[in-house]
Design a binder for this molecule. Structure first.
Ligand SMILES: O=P(O)(O)OC[C@H]1O[C@H](O)[C@H](O)[C@@H](O)[C@@H]1O
Length: 553
């Protein structure tokens, strides 16, 4: 293929998406009997089916042409080589180093041009985490009351909560060594829900914060530290504290003993950090060996991403499908539908991963983007989703592309339930594709004895347009290894989209303004505070809050 400029590749793609009938998926199946064969891929241990989208051979060629024109694979290699690809924060991006085998030799490029041995640091932290986890499980590290630790609470938010929470939910089972709990929300009602289930004498407290300055996490950490101190005293409380952070000065000031601090580096983004020290709650809750299996799964996907050709590279194919939907067809919502209850936090994790990474409106060079970027991500596990928002996907005005995740073999013995689950997942995707036309509805209603008048009145409501796109990810089972694979699949998908859209997928400046404004509002909510200079709406709301709190204004 002759190399083309990105603009030309974009134009070619957009022209194809505007062809008459470009959204007709059913006709693609009727025209091409081998469509499923052509548009599904098997790699690592999974099957990715893109055949229920409107991408045809020409569109796929154009999408791959765009990947080539924008240099996705070269950018991937630069990331793996430790180049500072997070350009607005001037940092390398090396979450792949976290799950590589010992001595993998990942290097991080420093600002002064030198290189740091990223793998050596990872190996040392992993060894310390393993020693700690095994010692806690063996009862060699005990609580201040001399008891074994049975519960571990992770206090963190964003990437320091969503990834570990999602993974623990997916991996934990009855035989797991400890009970992992997660406290994220600054709203102390969250703590009030968790506290009655905990005995301070048996609870290990992890404070997970890359920066160790996040207001919500520090507020919760102070509350929980106070709860420990009340029963265990100051010295006893310290024996229950662990910090997962890059900020050693702040962890010491908070009172965490230095041998209980597990670190990582600025080349680990928060939403990519579950593989780092931030994942300690997974290891403690689910066992060290399963944590290693999780990492090995992610590594398998890394190897696939680093070596598979573009036309068979699963993360790139998923990213290109999103480009087709968002940019080609203007569909900027995206549903994540895991048909496995253990993946119930997976949509929430992807929400941060994708929306914080790709919710950008300027290019890496600071110019306005020419195309739509990150779609709105939402989701719920099937079958629950079917009984809430799937109506809109089937009959709403605009199609919403959906990712179905189906698991062949469950880890429970209830075969009947599992068949019901799978039948529903398959049926939803089939219904979105095939729809139900007027003739079919008319015949069904007439056969059910409806009057001609009723048939005509209800017909429009009962028709399904069909041709609504979905992708399916089929897995043989959900174990830690498979979980690692699918999480890494989406991480690399996000990376590819960052390159395709030319945005920095690793910064998150958009969270800063709200944080700043909240610190100026905070004193206005003190009893002695006063409503400050705000827009009339904010000022009015603060005034009413103060009035309802019985505070003078
Ligand atoms: O781990 P921390 O430093 O406490 O950060 C927690 C989270 O808060 C920030 O505001 C970012 O939006 C997230 O990307 C980050 O994961």
């Amino acid at each position: 293929m002759t190399p083309v400029a990105p603009d030309a590749a974009w134009n070619r793609l957009l022209a194809l998406a505007q062809r008459p009938g470009a959204t007709a998926i059913r006709s693609l199946f009727s025209r091409d009997a081998a469509r499923f064969e052509k548009f599904h891929w098997q790699a690592c241990d999974m099957l990715l089916d893109l055949s229920k989208t409107a991408i045809d051979d020409a569109a796929m060629q154009a999408l791959l042409g765009l990947a080539e024109a924008t240099g996705v694979m070269a950018a991937r290699d630069a990331m793996a080589a430790g180049e500072r690809v997070n350009n607005t924060e001037d940092r390398a991006v090396l979450h792949m180093a976290l799950r590589a085998p010992p001595g993998a030799g990942f290097k991080a490029r420093r600002a002064d041009g030198g290189v740091d041995d990223a793998s050596a640091d990872v190996d040392a932290t992993m060894a310390a985490m393993e020693r700690f986890t095994r010692a806690v499980h063996a009862g060699e590290i005990r609580s201040a009351t001399g008891e074994t630790f049975t519960d571990v609470i992770n206090i963190g938010i964003g990437g320091s909560d969503l990834g570990p929470f999602m993974a623990s939910r997916a991996m934990w089972h009855e035989g797991s060594p400890m009970r992992p709990l997660y406290l994220a929300n600054a709203d102390a009602h969250n703590w009030e829900l968790i506290r009655p289930r905990l005995n301070p004498g048996r609870t290990l407290v992890l404070i997970a914060s890359k920066t160790f300055t996040t207001a919500e996490t520090m507020a919760n950490a102070r509350v929980v530290r106070g709860w420990l101190e009340q029963t265990l005293g100051t010295e006893g409380m310290r024996q229950h504290l662990v910090a997962l952070s890059t900020n050693h000065k702040a962890t010491a000031e908070f009172g965490v003993p230095s041998d209980r601090v597990f670190g990582f580096h600025d080349w680990v983004g928060g939403r990519f950090s579950l593989w780092s020290a931030i994942g300690l709650s997974i290891a403690l809750g689910c066992g060290w060996d399963d944590f290693i299996r999780l990492l090995a799964g992610a590594r398998a996907m890394d190897e696939h991403f680093l070596s598979a050709p573009p036309a068979a590279n699963l993360p790139l194919l998923l990213a290109l499908t999103t480009v087709w939907h968002v940019n080609g067809l203007g569909l900027d919502n995206h549903a994540i539908l895991p048909y496995d209850h253990r993946l119930s936090r997976f949509p929430a994790h992807l929400q941060q991963l994708e929306m914080e990474s790709l919710g950008k409106r300027v290019t890496k060079g600071g110019l306005p983007v020419k195309h739509l970027t990150g779609p709105v991500i939402f989701g719920e596990p099937g079958t629950n989703a079917q009984h809430s928002f799937m109506q809109l996907l089937h009959q709403g005005t605009t199609p919403v592309p959906a990712d179905f995740v189906l698991i062949a073999n469950p880890s429970h013995p209830y075969a009947g339930n599992h068949r019901l689950l799978l039948a529903n997942g398959l049926a939803q995707a089939e219904a979105l594709l095939r729809g139900r036309g007027e003739d079919e509805v008319r015949a069904e209603m007439t056969a059910a004895g409806k009057s001609a008048e009723d048939v005509e009145r209800l017909l429009p409501h009962r028709v399904f347009p069909g041709d609504r796109p979905s992708t399916t990810l089929l897995l043989p089972r959900l174990d830690p290894q498979m979980l690692g694979q699918i999480v890494a699949l989406y991480e690399h998908k996000v990376f590819c989209l960052g390159v395709l859209w030319d945005v920095d997928a690793f910064d998150q400046w958009g969270v800063e303004l709200g944080k700043q404004l909240s610190t100026s509002i905070l004193p206005e909510l003190l009893p002695e505070g006063r409503v400050g200079a705000h827009d009339p709406s904010t000022a009015g709301l603060i005034g009413q809050l103060r009035a309802w709190q019985g505070l003078d204004n």
